[in-house]
Design a protein around this ligand. Structure first.
Ligand code: FAD
Ligand code: 2HG
Ligand code: ZN
Length: 506
């Protein structure tokens, strides 16, 4: 039997296109429930009467039940997880979300909130037959205050679309990530997404001014303020930022947009060893100061496999490590000069072996394309084990050679790259296909090592379905107990994104 799966594929020109891929059913990812041996919780099963009720709210068009239509919503971006949902709902308003949740809560039907489905920890797809609540049609921009930079938009707005909208008004979104063409602002908020410029613009707990969300029982929580300062009681918006759809469905977001930089410059450098990257980072902070907007690193294997697998150009030749530096400032001549001076100084010192600096949009794009496509390039080998961890910077790269040695020829590529300015490394291990043997060599080993170094087992991608049973490596029991209490308070029937984030016991 052949199934048609729609997959989102990132192209060289950085657009995401919807590619129709026909593939044999056996290449569909294994069901998450079987792969990870999960027991279904005691929720109700969707009946035809439930579907009929959903249709009375949304109409026939926005209730998907056909297998071919539902399948893409059951599979995550890295094709690691596959749920078994039979119904996808596409609300267009907060009221509709409220009606749906109130009904599901009463009937004890589990719900999986979903945005662009670019999440990397299996949180965005069901595990069993949870109702998928996809926010893609809630995609209106509500308002923009061009003086304060406060934007209000619906949760289903695609990040790149919002960014384009505010750019036309001399502002930018405070976050940027490789999935920007597909991920939604609501998904970004729900995962507390970090991304490429967190170093400069901070994380979403700082940029989000307000949130509107719907609780499991359908009650709409209106915290949609656009004020920078508002100390009237508990800062409830923070409960929804990073809670990965387990405490409520985010329906609207108020976010502070910084000013569009007049000058942007990008440098791409070859570096001899990891210690030199750390020295370079220290030097960049002092030489570039307030204009530094990104400081990213990638090792040779990350870049060479991306170049090879996706046929992308590398603007410099082959080096053990690479660093991408970006500046956002207000004076092109001044900023370019600063970055060029930094390049000359550090080429002389030997920290930089070779490099290029550019302010030409096309050339900057080529460099960013290379960096942003690392995440998807490994999928060409078959299967990728992805680890997204925070470590003290001096220990940042230690795990990569250890994992290489541990796996030997069982891995095709083991590479490290990421947001070194934030201490966040992504370790990708590519193999021809998922095997329990390699999984067993990697987990819990990676998490034990991270914990021993006082790191976090999830820096920016979240806990999702893949990490609840490892969360104790980074969260104290007292904190986990409070998380459970909050969950019980806000979602007593546990219908919102079950099997995700919270461990069964703590
Ligand atoms: P989804 O994947 O649909 O959902 C993610 C989680 O949020 C799920 O638990 C889901 O239930 C929940 N959710 C989604 N929408 C809502 C809502 N409205 N209300 C309540 N819960 C909701 N992450 C980073 O932090 N930094 C990066 O640099 C980065 N780069 C990426 C690059 C690529 C190529 C890809 C594929 C992913 C990347 N990610 C990155 C991971 C991912 O977290 C982000 O892409 C994004 O924040 C997820 O948004 P989404 O709309 O796709 O959410
Ligand atoms: C990135 O920084 C993303 O490119 C994705 O966070 C990382 O896929 C990954 O491992
Ligand atoms: Zn990242």
């Amino acid at each position: 039997m052949l199934n048609t799966i729609r997959l989102l594929v990132q192209c060289q020109n950085k657009q995401y296109v919807l590619e129709q891929i026909r593939c044999a059913s056996q290449v569909l990812p294994q069901l998450s429930a079987e792969k990870y041996n999960v027991k279904r919780k005691d929720f109700a099963t969707v009946q035809s009467s439930d579907v009929n009720f959903f249709k009375t709210i949304l109409g026939n068009e926005r209730v998907l039940t056909d297998d071919n239509d539902v399948t893409p919503f059951n599979i995550d971006w890295i094709k690691n997880c596959r749920g078994q949902s039979k119904v996808v709902l596409k609300p267009k308003s907060t009221q509709e979300v409220s009606q749906i949740l109130s009904y599901c809560n009463e009937k004890k039907l589990a719900v999986c909130p979903q945005g662009g489905n670019t999440g990397l920890v299996g949180g965005s797809v069901p595990v069993f037959d949870e109702v998928v609540l996809n926010l893609m049609l809630m995609n209106n921009i509500v308002s923009l205050d061009e003086i304060s930079g406060a934007l209000i938009c619906e949760a289903g707005c695609v990040l790149e679309n919002v960014d384009n909208y505010v750019r036309e008004r001399n502002l930018i979104m405070p976050l940027d990530l490789g999935a920007k063409g597909t991920c939604q602002v609501g998904g970004n908020v729900s995962t507390n997404a970090g991304g490429l410029r967190l170093l400069r613009y901070g994380n979403l707990h700082g940029s989000i001014l307000g949130v509107e969300a719907v609780k499991a029982d359908g009650i709409i929580i209106d915290c949609l303020k656009t004020l920078k300062k508002d100390n009237t009681g508990y800062h409830l918006k923070h409960l929804f930022i990073g809670s990965e759809g387990t405490l409520g469905v985010v329906t609207k977001v108020a976010i502070h947009c910084p000013v569009l930089p007049k000058a942007v410059t990008v440098g791409f450098f070859g570096v001899e060893n990891f210690e030199n990257i750390l020295q370079l980072y220290k030097s960049a902070k002092s030489s570039l100061g307030e204009i530094l907007s990104a400081f990213e690193m990638a090792d040779r294997d990350a870049i060479s496999s991306t170049v090879k697998n996706l046929n992308l150009p590398n603007p410099i030749s082959d080096y053990p490590f690479y660093v991408l530096v970006e500046t956002h400032g207000s004076d092109e001549g001044h900023d370019g000069e600063k970055l060029n001076r930094f390049l000359s100084k550090e080429m002389e010192s030997g920290l930089i072996l070779d490099g290029t600096v550019t302010s030409e949009p096309g050339k900057m794009q080529t460099i960013w394309n290379l960096r942003e496509n690392i995440a998807g390039a490994g999928l060409r080998h078959g299967y990728v084990f992805k680890y997204d961890v925070s470590l003290p910077q001096k220990h940042y790269y230690e795990l990569v050679p250890k994992i290489k040695q541990r796996l030997g020829d069982k891995a095709i590529v083991v590479c490290g790259y990421g947001h070194i300015g934030d201490g966040n490394i992504h370790i990708n291990v590519t193999v021809p296909e998922y095997t329990r043997e390699v999984a067993g060599l990697l987990e819990p080993y990676v998490f034990e090592e991270v914990s021993a170094l006082q790191g976090s087992i999830s820096a920016e991608h979240g806990v999702g379905f893949r990490k609840p049973h490892y969360i104790h490596y980074s969260k104290d029991r007292s904190a986990l107990q409070l998380m459970h209490q909050l969950k019980t308070l806000m979602d007593p029937n546990g219908i919102l994104n079950p099997y995700k984030v919270l461990p069964e016991e703590c």
